[in-house]
Write a protein that binds this ligand. Structure first.
Ligand SMILES: [Zn+2]
Length: 326
């Protein structure tokens, strides 16, 4: 999930007001109502333009934590568009400090957070390297991974090989958005060229049994966001039909091929969804209850945390599930 994608209309209105702009919530809602990928990227660019000062990021982070607590989230790895911060000549460290201070009071309330610094693919490898440098520099402060999002068709993975090697040498996990609007080759490149430990979306892998087998064999997890795929047109692209719906989503196929799956919301405010809402889509896809439980547990297993921490979270989840007779 992206912090920038959690900005509810009321928060955007308030952020705009911080900078002397009058906006109303309906305007934000209509900007968010996208049905294809380029419109989505435009909406994302527009909304992040209101995140200008460290205090804006702090405000956004506090709202995000409230949303997470309302969803019973206990742990999350949140993506920050550091590539966008750098493009806008912002002080990444100051933004990150403000975010960390804002979320600190939520830890005693049971919400633990780690961070993924994300580069924008179409900005190229030099800009990506700057993001990776920031991420390595702030590793001790809770950054666990370097990632890359944006337009996966804009530049080949090979251009970023060095940057990913640098991130890995700096002790970070590696993430790539791939196989969202791109094909199975894009997923293959993320795994083979960039050494991704997890892949954002990766739904295109379902079109190639060899790619699915490779992900399963190497335990490379996919972060799947069904409503996002519907709303960005990624699912229609995958299915080859403009009217593709959730029953066409390849999540069950990927899961049953033995690929680790975790479920997420991507940009919940923009797609008007919640994590609980995403879990209810699994029913619509025809998954059975033990499978749904296994996907919930998969999020803990695939976390970028030390093994002991993951086991503790998983045990606590199982105890709670048992108490609720799930
Ligand atoms: Zn994403």
């Amino acid at each position: 999930m992206h912090l920038e994608g959690t900005l509810e209309p009321a928060t955007v209105v308030s952020l705009a007001r911080n900078h002397g702009h009058a906006l109303d919530e309906d305007t934000v809602r209509s900007r968010y109502a996208t049905r294809d990928f380029s419109a989505f990227i435009e909406a994302y660019k527009w909304v992040t333009s209101y995140l200008r000062a460290p205090s804006d990021y702090a405000q956004a982070a506090r709202r995000m934590c409230e949303q997470m607590l309302a969803q019973n989230v206990v742990y999350a790895e949140v993506t920050l568009s550091v590539g966008v911060m750098l493009l806008r000549k912002q002080d990444v460290e100051a933004n990150f400090c403000a975010i960390r201070e804002a979320v600190e009071p939520y830890e005693p309330r049971g919400l633990r957070l780690r961070w993924i610094f994300d580069a924008v693919r179409q900005f190229g490898p030099d800009a990506a390297r700057e993001v990776a440098q920031c991420a390595v520099g702030l590793r001790g402060a809770g950054v666990v991974a370097f990632g890359m999002g944006g337009d996966e068709l804009s530049r080949p993975a090979a251009e970023f090989r060095e940057v990913y090697n640098y991130a890995a040498a700096g002790g970070l996990h590696r993430l790539v958005h791939a196989g969202e609007i791109g094909g199975p080759d894009s997923v293959l490149d993320a795994a083979n060229i960039l050494g991704a430990g997890r892949i954002g979306h990766g739904i295109a892998a379902a079109a190639d049994p060899k790619v699915m087998a490779l992900l399963a064999e190497r335990s490379i997890g996919l972060e799947i966001c069904p409503t996002s795929n519907l709303r960005t047109g990624a699912l229609a692209g995958y299915a080859g039909r403009a009217d593709a719906g959730l029953p066409d989503h390849p999540l069950p196929k990927l899961f049953r091929a033995g690929i680790p799956i975790s479920l997420s919301t991507d940009d919940p405010a923009m797609f008007d969804t919640t994590l609980i809402g995403e879990f209810s889509t699994l029913d619509e896809m025809g998954l059975h209850k033990p499978e749904i439980m296994s996907i919930a547990e998969g999020a803990f297993r695939g976390a970028f945390l030390p093994q002991g921490d993951k086991s503790a979270l998983l045990q606590a989840f199982r105890a709670k599930a048992q108490a609720l007779r799930l």
